[in-house]
Design a protein around this ligand. Structure first.
Ligand code: NAD
Length: 585
């Protein structure tokens, strides 16, 4: 039984074992060879393989002793990296005799693939390597030695941190016990452990071979870890471009392990994502995007993916939708994501300015950018937009609900129509965005992030902004509630609360209770004051990217916003007194 629907299976005999090889997609396309880890079989890749098969010739095999491949006899000494390299070459020769393959490895699949890309005898057989959650034992050995021979408090901390995460490696060195555990209770409990601790969706993975995979695979550790860590090779330099994908929530491997990787890998692209160890199961879509982009780049003669901006490792290739993207904070945010290599959808009610943002995004490095003209307060139009985006681009990874309008004036001067307008755009626009795009994110089950642009006015009462402040306070509370609801789906929600930012909002903000001429004068005065403060929207954009990366809940931006937030907690009475002050006329 295989979960790899439509796969063609073949067998290859090598070094006393028979390996089960599965293929999907057109063999004339570039070959992507997926190597699984411990305690897994090739089926761990089923979600990734199915997605890659449209574009590539996808090949998977069960590592010796795993899945449907036979085990070496005796087991001891049968799993050395040298033998695993023989296996890889046998598979590569079978499935792609004339062209080098693009290797992708997870966990022990990555550990062994590091060997493949750093030994001489595979040169010319590998085009690129995407590594996830499995370091080279040689690099790891040097990493440990460096920390032992020239310790600093930081290095010792890193060593202890990784040491604690490696508890299972020590256990696997014990004779017999791991086998007994896997064939007994651990084997029974493992699917539930994966589901609870690693958020791996329940289903037909892990497969029925789990117990023997885990028992045989213990020899991967026993045959290789101690000898290699004791005497790491000094020539373990990668002879192919490498893409390193690091899940930041990996319970077994510290991200610090890769700090010095450039010394071994001259052509390195880094990627990070907020996820646990089993990303082939929990983030197949993201992996498919990154693998496809990287393989295509290398096939086209480039060794690094285009964007190298500050946050490129995190947002490269992601789909980001920003509302109110035609001006100010929205445009700056769209461009910051573009610089990080994200695909950007710029939404604004003003068609021309949205188109301009998309154009600028392409110039800033976005691999794709599109403009959409929609009024966020129009529920039906938003629904249509969400359908269109899903059909044409897929599920949005980061949603920024930024569109908003200003409205100033006392409570009694504010008409019901003005209330409606500001609530419809500032609050209901955010509600529609969260509901329509957030729902698809949640249904996909592969994480994501929602940013709602509120304002310092959300927690800073003033008699001058009752309607605007109320709309923003609602956005803040909505964000907090939604954050709680979506936490279990690995979707972060952030409320951004800027202070005075020098944008066009002052020119378009309405002033209740005054005539057109007086309104013009007040708009001009506000623009002058905001101009004097001169806080650029680009700084808010930077804060937004950082907040998504760190999954912050509420982020006041600018000194006045942070100060007001502090006072609102320490001395709310003081804020109430300030709130009574009449705005200057
Ligand atoms: P801006 O006026 O420069 O940009 C707002 C953009 O949103 C414009 O392109 C506008 O066309 C678009 N927009 C307005 N209503 C829309 C609607 N119904 N549908 C679609 N698009 C719409 O303003 P900005 O300062 O960049 O404001 C962005 C967000 O930041 C707003 O939510 C605002 O309330 C918030 N904010 C701004 C400041 C500030 O000082 N500028 C401070 C705190 C919060």
């Amino acid at each position: 039984m295989t979960m790899l629907t439509g796969a063609r299976e073949r067998w290859v005999r090598t070094g006393g074992v028979e390996l089960c090889v599965a293929e999907l997609g057109d063999p004339r396309r570039p070959t992507v060879l997926l190597v699984h880890g411990y305690p897994d079989s090739k089926e761990v890749w089923s979600e990734v393989a199915a997605r890659l098969a449209d574009r590539f010739h996808v090949v998977l095999y069960d590592v010796r002793g795993h899945g449907r491949s036979t085990a070496p006899q005796p087991l001891r000494g049968g799993f050395t990296l040298e033998k695993l390299t023989d296996d890889f070459l046998a598979v590569a020769d079978l499935v792609s005799p004339d062209r080098p393959v693009h290797l992708v490895g997870h966990d022990w699949g990555s550990v062994q693939a590091w060997e493949f890309v750093t030994v001489e005898r595979t040169e010319g057989r590998i085009a690129s390597f995407t590594s996830m959650s499995g370091p080279s034992l040689d690099h790891f050995g040097h990493w440990i030695n460096k920390r032992l021979t020239s310790p600093t408090p930081r290095r010792v901390g890193q060593l202890l941190g990784q040491g604690a995460r490696s508890w299972y490696v020590y256990l696997l060195q014990l004779p017999v016990l791991p086998e007994l555990a896997w064939r007994g209770p651990l084997g029974r409990l493992w699917p539930r452990i994966l589901e609870r601790a690693e958020k791996v969706p329940a289903g037909d993975y892990p497969t029925a071979s789990l117990r023997s995979d885990a028992a045989h695979g213990a020899w991967l550790y026993r045959d290789n870890v101690r000898p290699r860590l004791r005497r790491p090779r000094t020539d373990a330099h990668a002879h192919v471009p490498v893409q390193l994908i690091t899940p930041l929530g990996d319970a077994y491997l510290s991200e610090k392990l890769y700090d010095e990787l450039e010394q071994w890998v001259p052509r390195l692209t880094r990627r990070t994502l907020p996820a646990g160890h089993w990303i082939p199961r929990t983030r197949p879509e993201q992996l498919c995007t990154w693998i496809s982009d990287f393989v295509s780049c290398v096939e086209n003669g480039r060794t690094e993916v285009a964007a190298t901006g500050r946050h490129a490792d995190r947002f490269g290739g992601q789909l980001v939708l920003v509302t109110g993207a035609g001006s100010g904070i929205g445009r700056a945010t769209a461009l910051a994501f573009a610089e990080a290599g994200a695909r950007v959808i710029a939404v604004d009610r003003d068609a021309e300015s949205a188109a301009r943002t998309a154009q600028l995004a392409l110039r800033s490095g976005a691999p794709g950018a599109w403009a959409e003209t929609v009024d966020v307060s129009d529920a039906q139009a938003m629904e249509k937009l969400a359908d269109k985006v899903a059909a044409e681009h897929g599920v949005v990874d980061v949603l920024v609900n930024n569109a908003g309008i200003g409205l100033s004036g006392s409570f009694f001067d504010t008409t019901p129509e003005e209330w409606h307008k500001v609530i419809d755009v500032n609050l209901m626009g955010v509600v529609h965005g969260c509901r329509l795009f957030g729902k698809r994110m949640a249904e996909r089950g592969q994480g994501g992030h929602i940013v709602n642009v509120a304002s310092a006015a959300a927690y800073l009462p003033t008699r001058a902004l009752p309607a605007y402040g109320t709309s923003k306070a609602a956005v803040l509370m909505l964000s907090e509630c939604l954050r709680a609801e979506l936490a279990g789906k690995n979707i972060g929600v952030t409320a951004i609360c800027p202070g005075f930012v020098n944008t066009n909002i002052t020119a378009t903000a309405r002033f209740a209770g005054v005539g057109p001429e007086e309104e013009k004068r007040l708009q001009k005065r506000a623009a002058r004051l905001y101009g004097m403060r001169n806080y650029p929207p680009e700084k808010v954009a930077r804060a937004i990217l950082k907040a998504v990366e760190r999954n912050d809940a509420v982020v006041p931006v600018s000194v006045e916003a942070r100060g007001a937030r502090l006072i609102s907690r320490l001395s709310p009475g003081l804020l109430r007194s300030i709130a009574r002050l009449r705005p200057p006329v």
